[in-house]
Write a new protein. Structure first.
Length: 267
């Protein structure tokens, strides 16, 4: 879901198997991703394998009748909501995707006035609109110039759950937005997160004093008590003075999950 939210375009390729199914909703993950793309009004390109001309091995076909029914229903939904295309071979599919991407996302020559400052101005307008109606603009991408005063930290479990990020594979950092330079508009945007394959790049960014990035504006209706995860747990004493003969007044912060060492080989 996080990948869909950060994407510029959703490309759906549907063959003859339902794929993995979410236990809670009973829908395939492909269908859930498509529904999220619709909710965010992402640009969508849908390709369905042709029932009559597509050549696939027998293992590529769904054999379970219930799963076949679910797949058929999903394809029906796609045809109702989208202008879909069919494909028969991998080469046919690749050619159609390339053609459609080039058609819908042409590489334009820079025009007068389309400079960096103009892009920051557009980002500022988006941020201002987002502050009024965050759900309507959820997932919109903006360009920012940022500084990271401190290093990254692990994202808490509740934050990951509310934003569809993978707990234990997501990190965050507190940032200062330099551009757009309107601090009143950007004052609420102080936390930047990265998940999955973007984590390594994010960690490299944290060593830079200032850098320019693209980031998606995300909103959750849920209240989130803390942003930082604690994997090990720790105790601290909030009182400056206490009587050691009595309760020492220490507070224990439990870990979110469990951390262990797993032996791999001798050094």
């Amino acid at each position: 879901m996080a990948e869909v939210e950060q994407a510029d375009v959703y490309v759906g390729i549907v063959g003859f198997r339902l794929g993995s199914v979410d236990r809670k909703s009973g829908k395939s993950f492909t269908q859930l991703e498509f529904e999220r793309a619709v909710e965010l009004d992402k640009h969508r390109l849908i390709y369905i394998a042709d029932d009559k001309t597509a050549v696939f091995p027998a293992t590529a076909f769904e054999k379970d009748t219930r799963r076949q029914s679910k797949l058929k229903a999903f394809k029906g939904t796609l045809r109702e909501q989208q202008v879909i295309q069919t494909f028969s071979t991998a080469d046919d599919l690749a050619e159609k995707i390339q053609r459609d991407i080039q058609r819908d996302f042409p590489v334009a020559s820079p025009q007068p006035g389309e400079d960096l400052q103009t892009e920051f101005d557009l980002s500022l307008k988006t941020i201002r609109d987002f502050s009024l109606t965050p759900k309507r603009l959820n997932g919109t991408e903006v360009r920012l110039s940022i500084a990271m005063p401190s290093g990254p930290f692990p994202a808490s479990r509740v934050l990951c759950e509310k934003f569809n990020l993978e707990y234990g594979s997501t990190i965050g950092a507190y940032v200062t937005i330099k551009q757009p330079s309107d601090r009143n508009a950007t004052k609420g945007l102080r936390e930047l997160y990265a998940s999955g394959k973007r984590v390594d790049l994010f960690q490299r960014l944290s060593t830079e004093k200032r850098t320019e990035i693209y980031a998606s504006l995300l909103f959750s209706e849920a209240d989130i008590e803390k942003s930082r995860a604690e994997f090990f747990g720790y105790s601290f004493n909030p009182q400056e003075e206490y009587d050691p003969s009595e309760d020492d007044g220490s507070v224990y912060i439990p870990p979110e999950g469990k951390v262990i060492l797993l032996f791999t080989k001798l050094a």
